[in-house]
Design a protein around this ligand. Structure first.
Ligand code: ATR
Length: 277
């Protein structure tokens, strides 16, 4: 079995996954490498053949291949099937498995950063209806949220996602986002707004209850304008970096047989890399 793994995407230069996995490989004394592999859509089949051939223990998958690899795998877990996309592949007894660990990473990050955050159940408010939102809705429904309000600039995308997610997901108008903060125990930004180089997410958290938890999938910058506003209002916040770190755990465990830990040391390594930009 190969002790090498990789992340595939097109383009792939920006991926921080090698920093995470090579840190763990070194920490556990595993003599393999985790590389970035630039895989154009036309060469995805050829890459999957290499994977089946044992050239890699497995891989992570990013844009634009997350949906396509699901169709190429022999087996997909419940999360990948529900989300309609996979971010982790591995071979086991000649079978190509696909998983989606984004929902797991999202929940593990909140469990870590705000223990007990889900104890009250209740309702959540999700902004955005792209691929990331799909994983977040799956995570929140798995965790037992009764109602998830979903608002997206392009309402039709939210409606499409809600229709696939069941009756607990209620579509709201993007223009109603300030009022929707009022009833939410959790507010999640899954849009790209607030990312360095993008406009900020224009929202007023004034109506949020004091016990509301606010989280952002954007992690560059670490403290987005949304999280800054939430902190200023005394609301609890969890930044998005932990999701990136935690979603990497199940893949490493599948490929190398050791469950790695998300530590402050690892976090500091990625923060230092973010600061270099
Ligand atoms: P991802 O897979 O990371 O979720 P995506 O599918 O491109 O990426 O989705 C990006 C999300 O950010 C979408 O919800 C998008 O809204 P639209 O569906 O209306 O495009 C949202 N987004 C991006 N730029 C935005 C902006 N300027 N204002 C509001 N929402 C924006």
């Amino acid at each position: 079995m190969s002790t090498n793994a990789c992340v595939i995407g097109w383009p792939i230069k920006h991926s921080r996954s090698p920093l995470i996995h090579n840190h763990w490989l070194e920490q556990h004394g595993i003599g393999g490498r985790y590389t970035r592999e630039a895989v154009e859509p036309e060469t995805l089949d050829a890459f999957v053949a290499r994977l089946r051939d044992g050239q890699f223990a497995g891989c992570n998958v990013t844009v634009p291949h997350k949906e396509t690899v699901l169709a190429l795998a022999d087996e997909a877990d419940a999360a990948a099937r529900a989300i309609g996309a996979a971010n982790t592949l591995w071979m086991e007894s000649g079978v190509l498995h696909a998983s989606n660990t984004d929902a797991y990473g999202f929940l593990a990050n909140l469990d870590d950063g705000a223990p007990g955050w889900d104890s009250a159940g209740g309702s959540a408010f999700v902004l955005g209806a792209g691929g990331a939102a799909r994983a977040i809705l799956h995570a929140l429904l798995e965790r037992g949220f009764d109602t998830v309000h979903l608002a997206n600039r392009t309402r039709s995308r939210a409606e499409e996602l809600a229709a696939q997610s069941g009756p607990k997901v209620c579509v709201a108008d993007w223009s109603d986002r300030n009022a929707l903060c009022e009833g939410a125990g959790l507010i999640v930004n899954t849009t790209s707004l607030g990312m360095a180089g993008s406009p900020r997410l224009d929202i007023d958290l004034a109506a949020a209850k004091p016990e509301t938890l606010v989280t952002d999938l954007v992690y560059a910058p670490l403290v987005t304008p949304l999280l800054e506003q939430a902190k200023a209002k005394g609301l609890a916040t969890v930044d998005g970096l932990g999701m990136l770190l935690h979603q990497a755990v199940p893949g490493f465990e599948k490929w190398f047989g050791v469950r790695p830990a998300v530590t402050q040391e690892l976090r500091a390594l990625i923060v230092a890399d973010l600061e270099q930009e």
